[in-house]
Design a binder for this molecule. Structure first.
Ligand SMILES: Cc1cc2nc3c(=O)[nH]c(=O)nc-3n(C[C@H](O)[C@H](O)[C@H](O)COP(=O)(O)OP(=O)(O)OC[C@H]3O[C@@H](n4cnc5c(N)ncnc54)[C@H](O)[C@@H]3O)c2cc1C
Ligand SMILES: NC(=O)c1ccc[n+]([C@@H]2O[C@H](COP(=O)([O-])OP(=O)(O)OC[C@H]3O[C@@H](n4cnc5c(N)ncnc54)[C@H](OP(=O)(O)O)[C@@H]3O)[C@@H](O)[C@H]2O)c1
Length: 382
């Protein structure tokens, strides 16, 4: 089934928040939350899809930007579609005032003729100073730029030249519509940090955590991901590697297989920092293991012992069985961190294949290439 085409990122559905619940305990180093969002009849998704959420800048940040620029917010501007709106609305819902981009620095520098700090600002735009500019924007937001270089922006409409458009954020869907006909579940890790003397929040994750209580409506759209799908053969075994928020699509897969009575075997590897505070969907996963939907279930709680243990360590401990499943035609899925985890998991997979085949790494790479061709190696990493 494909996603409903009536609602798109430019014509989103205004979905009601049904559940907004913290999953990690208070003593966790992370704040990861579970959301349930209501869908209109006729909106469809398939396990593996994502939901796009259009966030809003937080009131405090909007106020700070308007105040620093000396505007009331009642000024009129034209949005990206040339529709007239108030400046307050523009800064709240249309413009990315969060994470500063080099593009914004360059655009402001172009408007700085005659400004006493023009040269200082322009140094960040020189081709030879790219790394200096990267260093400058890191951990800064638009408010830092206009505080440090005040009085350059002359016209509220110029904000549309300087700032990028506020873009939707994607979240992997953590439910099957077979079990939740009118809702979509997702999990979000909330980003909070302090830099350059200010307390910061991820734009969308912060908005969801602090300003999306039960009953709140927010613009969303379903995003199809045809490259992350359960096997068409419902008897095929699946192996799922989903540390952290990477667990989301696998909860959707398992709900789906349970609801439809798929006979294929299921094997899940889950990892987080601490079992006591960070075991996402613990009751679902343990129940599925107990009732046999999950034939194999391995966890890696990285910070529960001196030496870090990751999902790939568990894969290595079970390499022989893993290879056996692959030989039985298992599909292998990875979701979560793209920066390190995905590569490390791939290396563990290659080692398991090489060992199973009594072959070399080249043999294992050829085996993996064949799996990719058969769509038996799928990744959803971010
Ligand atoms: C297909 C897909 C699926 C996804 N699924 C999920 C999911 O299921 N769950 C989930 O939580 N996320 C998921 N994401 C990530 C999600 O889309 C957002 O990128 C994430 O929530 C951050 O968005 P934000 O608006 O809260 O933060 P933003 O405002 O975009 O800020 C994030 C940025 O802040 C900066 N930053 C973060 N920490 C620090 C720090 N300590 N110091 C300095 N700078 C820092 C980094 O530059 C980072 O890129 C997915 C992404 C994709 C593409
Ligand atoms: N775009 C964004 O800003 C954004 C927002 C949310 C999430 N994300 C990303 O989404 C991913 C998931 O985040 P998350 O907080 O849910 O989980 P995560 O950071 O991936 O952490 C989950 C578990 O994986 C472990 N881990 C760390 N490095 C690993 C590696 N190389 N191989 C295997 N496991 C490893 C962690 O251990 P330790 O922590 O003990 O090392 C933890 O136990 C991360 O990449 C995160 O940065 C990005």
């Amino acid at each position: 089934m494909s996603t409903d085409s009536k609602y798109t990122r430019n014509n989103p559905y205004h979905s009601r928040v049904l559940v907004n619940q913290r999953m990690t305990l208070a003593d966790s180093e992370k704040e990861t939350r579970h959301y349930e969002l209501e869908l209109e009849p006729g909106m469809h998704y398939t396990p593996g899809d994502a939901i796009g959420i259009l966030p809003e800048n937080r009131p405090h940040a909007v106020h700070e930007v308007l105040e620093t620029l000396g505007y009331t917010g009642e000024e009129r501007v034209l949005d990206h579609y040339k529709v007239e709106i108030s400046l307050h609305e523009a800064v709240r819902t249309r413009l990315g005032i969060g994470k500063l981009s080099r593009g914004s620095v360059t655009a402001l520098a172009k408007m700085a003729d005659g400004h006493p700090k023009a040269d200082e600002l322009r140094k960040y735009t020189l081709p030879e100073n790219r790394s200096l500019a990267e260093e400058y924007v890191w951990g800064r937001e638009f408010i830092d730029l206009i505080t440090e270089f005040p009085g350059i922006l002359k016209n509220p409409q110029d904000l549309f030249t300087v700032l990028q458009r506020l873009t939707p954020r994607m979240y992997s869907i953590a439910s099957s519509q077979e079990m939740n006909p009118n809702a979509v579940h997702t999990i979000v890790r909330v980003i909070r940090y302090d830099t350059h003397g200010r307390e910061r929040q991820g734009l969308c994750s912060g908005h969801l955590a602090e300003r999306a209580p039960h009953g709140y409506k927010m613009p969303v759209f379903l995003h199809e991901n045809k490259n992350f799908r359960l096997p068409e053969d419902t008897n095929a075994p699946v192996i799922m590697i989903g540390p952290g928020t990477g667990i989301a699509p696998f909860r959707a897969f398992l709900q789906h297989r349970q609801a439809l009575g798929h006979k294929g075997k299921n094997w899940l590897f889950f990892g987080e920092q601490r079992q006591a505070s960070d075991f996402l969907y613990q009751s679902d996963l343990e129940a599925w293991h107990k009732d046999g939907l999950l034939n194999n279930f391995h966890t890696a709680f990285s910070r529960d012992q001196k030496q870090k243990v990751y999902v790939q360590d568990r894969m290595r401990e079970h390499a022989a069985e893993l290879y056996k499943w692959l030989e039985e035609g298992a599909y292998f899925y990875v979701c979560g961190d793209a920066s390190r985890m995905a590569k490390d998991v791939e290396n563990a997979l290659l080692d398991a294949i090489a060992m199973g085949k009594h072959g070399t790494l080249d043999d294992a790479n050829a085996y993996l290439a064949e799996m990719k061709k058969q769509k038996r190696y799928q990744r959803d990493v971010y």
